[in-house]
Design a protein around this ligand. Structure first.
Ligand code: USQ
Length: 360
């Protein structure tokens, strides 16, 4: 197994003056710790996917991977809206990165390699439709010369941030490379991740994952959990009636494993799976954590251009039928508050908590 990473997230921390709540070791220390606990080796290559194209092709030719898990994208919606510098970086990095992976797989002749991409559930948009959102494809009836005809189209993209726009555009690259070269691609439309540890990262302190809480990189539930541990009123944007889809970090890893291992033939068309386990309104999460900890929530002016309230009903049958057994909020929430947020709260820089990216 090989990790390809250019450590860009660490550079963004330097740019913003932020850091993970949990202490993050160097990649070398992490792979050494993993070898120690598992006796299995992971090799690490510092390479920028999206610009060091020749090195990527040579690496693929040498490794001939059965699967590529493509995470090499700027991953925060708020950071992508922070200003022209981060907007342009997100577009250049994400789109060139995805295209280079696809182009390099073709150039290396790896037509059997399965590409599993981490996309976003946010590509569907958050407008209430009154209907369940399917897994990527929508059956529609069109008027033809011979009368009404049933066809299937890609679900219309409705990105609400530059970040989500790049994930929407990735889908067209996948469509093209699948149609033209028959590449095997699975696009995972992931919801908002919460939690920190997986079974593997809990095996050694050096392996702990990042816990982002700042206004640009922290996702809502992890932010609320840390805020509760600090006694800082939970920052609900606007009325908090936005409904969003969530998944625990352990389950994201399981979903990737299920996607990589499943034998489904995705040569005929890109397979799209919605990687979410539950949906909640922001206000319900805040109220629940508040009741659990006694820390109040407070409404702050919403910095984002988003619907004040929405329904969000999404199918997730694909991964469930492959064997996903969700870690629910009920099961995991308290553990996370007491464990990670409580343990590391003294490392928190409170001035980093407020949201700083305005959508307009
Ligand atoms: N929110 C608050 N208070 C906060 C932070 C957020 O009320 O302190 C609200 C936001 O206004 C939004 C919702 O919570 O309505 C979710 O915000 P978020 O920051 O947790 O998630 P978001 O920025 O939408 O996107 C994040 C990551 C992105 C990932 C996405 C999954 O930035 O990488 O893909 O979660 S999804 O949106 O489901 O596609």
């Amino acid at each position: 197994m090989v990790i390809v990473d250019n450590l860009s997230r660490r550079r963004i921390d330097l740019e913003l003056g932020t850091s993970s709540l949990t202490p993050i070791q160097s990649p070398q220390a992490r792979v050494a710790a993993w070898k120690n606990v598992s006796r299995r080796e992971i090799r690490f290559h510092n390479l920028t996917v999206g610009s060091e194209y020749r090195d990527l092709v040579m690496l693929l030719q040498a490794e001939k991977p059965a699967a590529i898990v493509h995470f090499a994208e700027q991953r925060s919606a708020p950071y992508s809206m922070y200003g022209s510098r981060s907007m342009r970086y997100t577009v250049q990095n994400n789109l060139n990165g995805t295209h280079d992976v696809l182009c390099a797989v073709v150039e290396a002749g790896l037509y059997d390699t399965h590409i599993v991409h981490l996309g976003s559930i946010g590509v569907y948009g958050y407008k209430s439709t009154g209907a369940r959102i399917p897994e990527g494809y929508l059956p529609v009836t069109i008027r033809s010369d011979d009368g009404p005809k049933e066809i299937e189209i890609m679900y219309p993209a409705a990105p609400g941030s530059i970040y989500h726009m790049t994930k929407s555009q990735d889908a067209l690259f996948f469509y093209y490379y699948n149609k033209n070269y028959g590449l095997r691609i699975t696009d995972l439309h992931q919801g908002i991740v919460w939690g920190t540890q997986t079974r593997e990262t809990a095996l050694a302190p050096e392996l702990v994952n990042r816990f982002d809480y700042c206004g640009l990189y922290g996702t809502v539930l992890n932010r609320f959990l840390l805020q509760a541990a600090l006694g800082y009123p939970l920052t609900v944007h606007g009325s908090g009636e936005q409904t969003r889809a969530f998944i625990h970090i352990q389950d994201t890893v399981r979903c990737i494993e299920l996607a990589v291992r499943s034998p489904e033939d995705n040569r005929k068309r890109v397979r799209i799976l919605n990687q979410i386990t539950e949906t909640h309104r922001v206000i319900d999460l805040a109220s629940r954590i508040s009741a659990m900890t006694g820390v109040p929530w407070r409404s702050v002016a919403n910095p984002r251009n988003e619907e004040a309230a929405n329904d969000f009903d999404v199918e997730n049958d694909g991964l469930m039928s492959l064997g996903l057994a969700p870690t629910t909020l009920e099961k995991g929430l308290m553990e996370e508050v007491c464990d990670i947020a409580g343990k590391y709260k003294d490392r928190c820089v409170v001035s980093q908590i407020p949201a700083v990216a305005a959508w307009r």
